[in-house]
Design a protein. Sequence first.
Length: 303
Amino acid sequence: MKNLFGLKGSYPYKKRNLRVFISRMVILIAFFLFVSGFVLNQSAVAQNEPQIKVGENIGSTKSGNQPRQYLLYIPEGYDAKTDLPLVFLFHGSGGTPKMSLEVTDWSKVANKKKFIIAAPEGIYPYMGMRGGQKSWNADLDPQGVNDVEFVKDLIREISSKVLIDKKRMYATGFSAGARMSSRLGCELSNVIAAIGPFAGLQCAMNCAPTHSVSVIAFNGTADMTSPYALAENSVSCWAEKNGCNKTPTTRQISEDVTQISYGDCKDNAEAIFFRINGVGHIWPKDVNASNLIWSFFEAHPLP
């Protein structure tokens, strides 16, 4: 007959049972201590990790052995159960992620339409700026920081923290940020579904997307920093890369805003350009660019 611990109770087995009993108790105690220590350690780690909250979250990661900073905006109502679209928002030379959010009203659109914003911080020194202000290595200077790799690292970093819809990742930005979002269309066309550059669309000679990339772009005719003619040529270049109809259609949106659209593109892509008469190198408040860009993004996920 055996007792509760599975030990025989007859006298001849008494000494051996005692040794077995003690060894089993030691194993049980050791196991208990291990599990308790693991749980406490995991609890301590969880307490030390910053919690993702609705609104602005400051994040940091490493890319190319360099520390990089970014701002992650989580929309109101995020439930941590649903995959949400991700929009990369790139600031202009000398700007900041927070400044980009405030000037463009992207956070308001994100709250209404339910998507996540990643606003990275550039560290590439821009020669035209005073005081060491930073920008983006959109032209792939081999001596400069690899910002394309940074974005890839950032996608992995953000995906480990929040739920991302991998078919709906987009890039937008102003000025140098527009050039950086253009570069992502060239280098990460299998990841970035569409781009929305404002005042800085480019289509570089070494731009070789492997997939069609839908493009929506804006430029003022009085912009001396990002000349209008360059942007107009760039949208034509993107239309060609996307296999669009060579002849665009033109529509007057308002007295000062004209929409130029290239259709019949491969993979249901589009290339749309907004010409804004008399506007210089600014993000104009009378053109609701953020809403227009998001509506365009929403209609163009990866195939």
